[in-house]
Design a protein around this ligand. Structure first.
Ligand SMILES: CC(C)(COP(=O)(O)OP(=O)(O)OC[C@H]1O[C@@H](n2cnc3c(N)ncnc32)[C@H](O)[C@@H]1OP(=O)(O)O)[C@@H](O)C(=O)NCCC(=O)NCCS
Length: 164
């Protein structure tokens, strides 16, 4: 199911930023020369479908894909305006770096970027961890939104760990 977020209610979270910085994480826009590195990383962890969406997000200017890095290595990513305008996602954090605030920081930074380019609301497309989105940014479910924009999508096959 999709979820809706009020972007006008969001504020930067300096405490969260400081928490991830203390662990050595940096969040920044993806750079197009990194496309092959980023999509390979995503495909091996989350499947080819998400790598395809990230390709779209990294193929525009300015790019709509944020990366979390630590010691020069990719730790997580978050995209928006990939499959549909106004949609957040996909996003993912490497298992070894979870529960350190990186997922929340990526989410917030991406949503604030969406607000800055003029969106009033964001849709979390096909939200998996709904409680995570509710707690972090007050997202609410959109009734009747499944399969939503993904209706009739081809079978993506067993293309990665999630196959999604
Ligand atoms: C969802 C995800 C991005 C969160 O990344 P993370 O770096 O671990 O997130 P944070 O450390 O910022 O926040 C973790 C908090 O969210 C909660 N959380 C994470 N996944 C959750 C889930 N599936 N359901 C409920 N809560 C969840 C954790 O319990 C934790 O809360 P706590 O700090 O009180 O313990 C990561 O778990 C992930 O990559 N999951 C697989 C891919 C995925 O589902 N992406 C979303 C697709 S819509």
């Amino acid at each position: 199911m999709d979820m809706l977020v009020k972007l006008y209610d969001l504020r930067p979270d300096a405490e969260l930023d400081a928490r991830i910085a203390a662990h050595g994480f940096e969040i920044r826009l993806a750079l197009p020369p990194e496309l092959h590195v980023v999509t390979r990383w995503i495909a091996s962890r989350f499947g080819e479908g998400w790598a395809s969406e990230a390709t779209i997000a990294m193929s525009r200017q300015p790019v709509s894909c944020l990366l979390a890095t630590v010691e020069g290595k990719l730790a997580g990513f978050a995209c928006y305006d990939a499959t549909a305008r106004g949609f957040f996602g996909p996003t993912g954090v490497d298992e070894s770096h979870r529960s350190k605030g990186v997922g929340q920081a990526l989410l917030l930074r991406a949503l604030l970027a969406m607000r800055d380019i003029g969106y009033g609301y964001a849709v979390i497309g096909s939200a998996g961890p709904m409680e995570f989105y509710r707690r972090t940014v007050g997202a609410i479910p959109i009734e009747g939104s499944k399969p939503g924009i993904y209706r009739g999508m081809l079978d993506l096959g067993p293309t990665g760990p999630t196959g999604s």
